[in-house]
Design a protein around this ligand. Structure first.
Ligand SMILES: NC(=O)c1ccc[n+]([C@@H]2O[C@H](COP(=O)([O-])OP(=O)(O)OC[C@H]3O[C@@H](n4cnc5c(N)ncnc54)[C@H](OP(=O)(O)O)[C@@H]3O)[C@@H](O)[C@H]2O)c1
Length: 345
C-alpha cells in the first residue's frame, strides 16, 4: 500500500434535478502506485464540464458510462508526472488526461494521455481553448457548419469555453457573428474582446418569441449557421430565423441537463425541411484523428492573440462541486478550472 494519500471527490448520490453540494463527498484515499507500463500523476488543474451531468444519470444510456458511486469522479486534468514506467513519459512532464481530475493523484497507462506544453500556453489553457472545448468548437465550425465570408453565424452559450472559441473562429472566417449569453459582463467581453457583431443577453427575453424578434433584428438576412450549446428557446428562435441551406452544429443543450421531466421539442422543426437545413449532432471524440489539424490552426491564433480566452479559477478540490454546479447558473466566464495542486510552471 502506498504511504501517500490522495484527496478525492466522490458522488454520494445521483442528483435529482440541479445537483447540490450534498450529492458530493470529499474523501481521503490511498494514492495508487504505478505498476509496469503505468505512471503516477499529480493533478495540477482540473476541469468541470457540463457533459459530466449526463454521467450522473445511471438510468440513461449514453455514449459514455455513468459515474460509479464507489470510485472517485473523473474529468479532464493537467497533471505532473511523478513516477513513470512508460518510456514516452518522464517525471516532470505535464500531461493532459481525460479521466485524471477530481483527485490529487492517479495512475494511468497513458493510452489517452497527451503532453501539455507550458512554454506554449499556461497549463489551464490545455483544458480550455487548446483542449477539449477548443477542439469541440473547431470541429463544429470546420467540419460541420463551414461558415463562409458574409454569412451569419449564431452561437448560444457564447461566452463559455466552447462558445467563445466558436465566435472567434467564425469572425476569422469572415462571418457576421451573433452571440447569446447570460450576463452584462459576458455581453461586454463578447463585443469588446471577442469582436462579435451583436451580443444578446438572453435573460432580457422571456420566451422564444421575444428572442426570435431580437435575433431576426440581429440577423436580418437569416441565420446561415447555428452552433447549439443550450437548446430550449434558443433552438426555437434559431429555427425561426434559419436561412435556406443553413447548417446547424448540435453540440449541447445545457438548458435541459437538469430536467426531471422530458421537455417537448421545438414546435418549428418543420422549418428544417422547407429550408433545406442540415442539422448534425456530434461528440468531439468523433474527430480525434483531426487533433493535429486543430492544434496547428488554433495554437498559433492563440499565441498571436487572435483568439482570446477567459477562465474562471477555483482553488482546491473542495471547491470542485460548487464550481460544477455553478456551470448551470452561469457562474463561469470562459473555461471553469480548479487549481488542485501547486502549479510550478
Ligand atoms: N458535443 C461535444 O462533444 C461537447 C463537448 C464539450 C461541450 N459540449 C457542450 O457544449 C456546451 C457548452 O459547454 P462548455 O464546456 O463551453 O460550458 P460553458 O459554456 O463554459 O459553461 C456553461 C454555460 O452555459 C450557460 N448556461 C447554463 N445553464 C443555462 C441555461 N439554462 N440556459 C442558457 N445558458 C445556460 C451558462 O452561461 P450563461 O451565463 O450564458 O447562461 C454557463 O456559463 C454544453 O452544452 C456542453 O454540454 C459538448
Amino acid at each position: 500500500m502506498s504511504a501517500r494519500t490522495s484527496k478525492a471527490v466522490f458522488l454520494k448520490s445521483y442528483p435529482n434535478g440541479l445537483p447540490t453540494a450534498d450529492d458530493f463527498e470529499i474523501r481521503e484515499i490511498d494514492a495508487p502506485s504505478p505498476g509496469p507500463g503505468e505512471m503516477l500523476c499529480r493533478t495540477v488543474w482540473m476541469s468541470v464540464d457540463p457533459y459530466m451531468r449526463g454521467r450522473m444519470r445511471p438510468d440513461v444510456k449514453s455514449y459514455i458510462p455513468p459515474f460509479s458511486l464507489d470510485a472517485p469522479l473523473e474529468g479532464g486534468a493537467v497533471s505532473e508526472v511523478i513516477e513513470s514506467n512508460i518510456p514516452d513519459f518522464a517525471p516532470g512532464d505535464y500531461v493532459v488526461d481525460f479521466a485524471g481530475g477530481w483527485k490529487e493523484y492517479y495512475v494511468t497507462k497513458g493510452e489517452r494521455t497527451q503532453k501539455a506544453m507550458p512554454n506554449l500556453a499556461p497549463l489551464p489553457a490545455w483544458l480550455g481553448v487548446l483542449g477539449m472545448p477548443g477542439m469541440t468548437a473547431w470541429a463544429g465550425v470546420t467540419q460541420i457548419m463551414d461558415p463562409k465570408e458574409g454569412e451569419t453565424l449564431f452561437v448560444s452559450g457564447a461566452a463559455g469555453a466552447v462558445g467563445s472559441v466558436v465566435c472567434q473562429l467564425g469572425k476569422l472566417r469572415g462571418a457576421r457573428v451573433v452571440a447569446s449569453a447570460g450576463s452584462a459582463e459576458k455581453i461586454r467581453w463578447l463585443t469588446e474582446e471577442a469582436g462579435v457583431d451583436v451580443a444578446l443577453n438572453y435573460k432580457d427575453y422571456k420566451n422564444a418569441a421575444e428572442l426570435t424578434r431580437a435575433l431576426s433584428e440581429a440577423a436580418p438576412k437569416g441565420v446561415d449557421c447555428y452552433f447549439e450549446n443550450v437548446g430550449g428557446m434558443h433552438l426555437e428562435a434559431a429555427l425561426n430565423c434559419i436561412a435556406p441551406g443553413a447548417r446547424i452544429a448540435l453540440c449541447g443543450m445545457i438548458s435541459m441537463y437538469n430536467n426531471t421531466e422530458p421537455e417537448p421539442g421545438p414546435p418549428n422543426l418543420v422549418n428544417l425541411i422547407g429550408r433545406g437545413v442540415m442539422a448534425r449532432g456530434f461528440i468531439v471524440s468523433e474527430y480525434a484523428d483531426k487533433a493535429m489539424e486543430f492544434a496547428s490552426e488554433v495554437a498559433p491564433l492563440v499565441a498571436a492573440g487572435k483568439i482570446k480566452f477567459q477562465q474562471t479559477e477555483y482553488d482546491g478540490l473542495d471547491e470542485a462541486p460548487g464550481a460544477f454546479i455553478g456551470l448551470f447558473h452561469g457562474d463561469n466566464a470562459g473555461k471553469a478550472v480548479i487549481r488542485v495542486g501547486p502549479d510550478k510552471t
